[in-house]
Design a binder for this molecule. Structure first.
Ligand code: PAF
Length: 278
């Protein structure tokens, strides 16, 4: 496994590869869990060379406390990647990717950024797209792998690839869950054992919607809001029923697999997000 800490070294190495080799790219912010490892495995199955980046991108954190709290487990992460026989790891410094005082670029993704994370984490998607665009330009992968857990991010990255007029294929990989249904996330590390148990409420609500799709969307929405109101550990930030293609709210179901239900909620001060496509 090659580990590069600068884009210069990485690009020097990539230039030695024949252009016939397909490259799979998995961007991460570290604290790797099974969800990330699934992305690496998929990349290894589908591409000749897999490159994983580990970089906590400062421009996508609208909350400095969240950035400061973000787990850093580089040594263990590298061991996990080595075990999976990931080919290349790119662990740049902030200076390698950003000029001094450089801010996030301003993108226009239309309706995709209006609601949900776009509303509650202002600036987040500009920061995310800024770094993903930089990575795409440095690596120019054949395919890039993203988890469906961050559904809005996935849809925005697809739009970004189109805007860049690039051929990079964006591959969304289904969410990996704990046994109790809690979506795997680096933030789960910040939860106590009892909060991890309580946190299954999010998954239970999504499953309830899946199993009761004959009910009207406003009825389901009200039901979920009540579940969260009755749970003293949780603070619900949003529950949104949206069209998958526009991410705009819907009050009636669209065609099968074209609807998404997205939830963001705080438990023990930790922000969890999850979704289901129906
Ligand atoms: O999903 C993430 O971990 C980040 O948003 C990403 C895609 C690595 C960009 O920093």
């Amino acid at each position: 496994m090659y580990i590069f800490t600068s884009k210069k070294e990485l690009q020097k190495y990539l230039a030695t590869l024949t252009s016939a080799k397909t490259i799979g790219f998995i961007p991460t912010m570290g604290a790797l869990h099974q969800g990330h490892l699934q992305l690496i495995t998929e990349s290894k199955n589908q591409c000749d060379i897999s490159i994983c980046s580990i970089f906590v991108n400062p421009t996508q954190f609208n909350n400095p406390e969240d950035l400061a709290k973000y787990p850093n487990t580089l040594k263990v992460d590298l061991e996990k990647l080595e075990q999976l026989a990931c080919d290349i790891v790119y662990t740049p410094t902030v200076e390698d990717l950003y000029e001094k005082d450089e801010q996030a670029k301003s993108f226009d993704f239309g309706s995709l950024t209006i609601g949900m994370e776009g509303e509650f984490r202002p600036g987040h998607f500009n920061g995310m797209a800024t770094i993903v665009e930089k990575f795409f330009n440095i690596i120019n992968p054949t395919k890039a792998f993203f988890g469906q857990k961050d559904l809005q991010q996935l849809q925005i990255v697809k739009a970004l690839a189109k805007q860049m007029q690039s051929d990079i294929q964006i591959i969304g990989i289904p969410t990996i869950r704990e046994e109790n249904g809690l979506a795997k996330s680096s933030r789960n590390e910040l939860l106590t054992t009892s909060a991890k148990q309580e946190a299954t409420l999010v998954y239970k609500c999504l499953q309830y919607c899946k199993n009761n799709q004959e009910l009207a969307i406003p009825t389901l929405e009200k039901y979920i809001q009540e579940q969260f109101k009755n749970n003293p550990h949780f603070k619900l930030e949003y529950i949104d029923f949206v069209s998958l293609s526009t991410l705009l709210p819907i009050t009636k179901w669209e065609a099968k697999n074209q609807n998404a239900i997205c939830i963001a909620a705080y438990i023990e001060g930790v922000r969890l997000i999850d979704n289901i496509i129906l």
